[in-house]
Write a protein that binds this ligand. Structure first.
Ligand code: NAP
Length: 367
């Protein structure tokens, strides 16, 4: 059956995350790009002229001559993916939601608002119902849904199966974050080659106080009751192109043995995988048995949907906490554009893009 796809726009289409959206939306069974938007500096130019394409594979041929639009809510689309910096996202995303568009955002601007879902579809799909609260409260026909920052995404993805079984109480995490996490062009080669920068503005605060607690919290019908746990984070920028590596130590309410932890990861089969959403990796979590894995260059694209899985390894006892392990995830794929795209796929199947779009999922769902 040839049903029309949902029309989508990309805000910030020329940046590191915007390009990922463009790449990942090619050939999507449910969504088609109908507008590419960027700043006033780029608006009016052809996409190929305004965008320095930095990811593997060529810019899609049919989009090279598409004229970039300003980020104004007058585009032919139902849903927009936002890859805007927070300072511009605040105003622009609200204008789109007010005008009736669905907004799937990567920016931090609305992540912590009580009526805005901060979503990882495997972890807290029920938080999607905050959209109803948001619409009632703000009087919007559209909505804003956010995904967490790239280092939180993989920390929480690794912790979630353990938290539901054993109760995570304390976490100590040291991140080694890729250059592309700082956007394009990001840090200069002079700053990063032969070096590690032990500071990423605002990142530790997001991981320690804001995002994991909301993601692992409980939706009580009106708002999220935040999860009760203590997190200490050290965030570092390292000279890796893509892929955030995280060394994680955990203390549990009920201490499991190693086999129980491995089983919790192995048996993890959350909603996006059950629904077989097009960008849901099967499985969501991969455990690598090798003593020196995961590694960014080797493992960031592992799994059935490249860049969407969280790869874990090196589980062992921790003399200070209960256990420690390594987690790895792709920052601009699952940590940004891919996370947002999976949110949109969940929204579609749950009816938040309308009945027609939901029916599209039934006819085109990938087996
Ligand atoms: P980026 O490479 O700097 O790209 C920013 C994009 O926003 C460009 O397309 C730029 O257009 C556009 N833009 C900038 N100012 C604008 C304005 N005033 N009005 C309209 N458009 C404007 O940044 P990024 O790394 O892709 O990050 C995008 C967002 O995703 C940020 O909020 C970031 O925190 C978040 N995020 C990034 C990652 C990651 O791994 N990089 C991970 C998770 C979340 P021009 O080309 O015209 O300037």
């Amino acid at each position: 059956m040839n049903q029309p796809k949902v029309k989508v726009g990309v805000l910030g289409a020329t940046g590191a995350v915007g390009q990922r959206f463009v790449q990942m939306l090619q050939g999507h069974p449910w969504f088609e790009i109908t507008a590419l938007c960027a700043s006033e500096r780029s608006a009016g130019k052809a996409y190929a002229d305004a965008c320095t394409w930095t990811i593997r594979g060529d810019m899609p041929e049919h989009l090279r001559n598409v004229i970039l639009r300003p980020c104004e809510p007058n585009i032919d689309a139902q849903l927009v993916f936002s890859a805007l910096p927070a300072d511009s996202a605040t105003e622009i995303e609200m204008a789109f939601a007010q005008a009736g568009y669905g907004v799937c955002s990567n920016a931090r601007s609305y992540r912590y608002d009580a009526d805005v879902p901060l979503l990882i579809p495997e972890v807290n799909p029920e938080h999607i119902q905050l959209i109803d609260v948001q619409r009632r409260k703000r009087g919007w026909e559209g909505f804003i849904v956010t995904n967490p920052n790239c280092s939180t995404t993989h920390l929480v993805s690794a912790l979630h199966p353990l938290h539901v079984r054993f109760g995570v109480r304390k976490v100590f995490v040291v991140t080694m974050q890729a250059i592309s996490g700082a956007g394009y062009p990001g840090l200069s080669a002079m700053d990063l080659l032969d070096n590690v920068v032990p500071h990423i503005g605002g990142e530790e605060e997001k991981m320690e106080k804001k995002e994991p607690h909301k993601l692992l919290g409980f939706f009580n019908g009106a708002e999220i009751d935040y999860a009760d746990m203590v997190i200490s984070a050290h965030c570092n920028r390292v000279p890796v192109r893509h892929g955030h590596l995280e060394a994680i130590s955990v203390e549990f309410a009920e201490t499991p043995d190693e086999a129980e932890i491995l089983a919790a990861w192995r048996d993890y089969y959350p909603l996006p995988q059950q629904l077989q959403l097009p960008h849901a990796p099967q499985p969501a979590i991969l455990y690598n048995e090798a003593p020196d894995r995961p590694q960014p260059r080797m493992d960031r694209l592992a799994g059935s949907v490249p860049g969407m899985a969280t790869v874990i390894g090196r589980l062992r006892p921790d003399p200070l906490f209960d256990y420690k392990f390594i987690a790895l995830g792709h920052n601009t794929i699952r940590g940004a554009a891919g996370g947002s795209l999976l949110n949109a796929e969940l929204l579609l199947t749950q009816g938040y893009l309308g009945r027609e779009a939901a029916a599209l999922a039934q006819t085109l769902q990938v087996a």
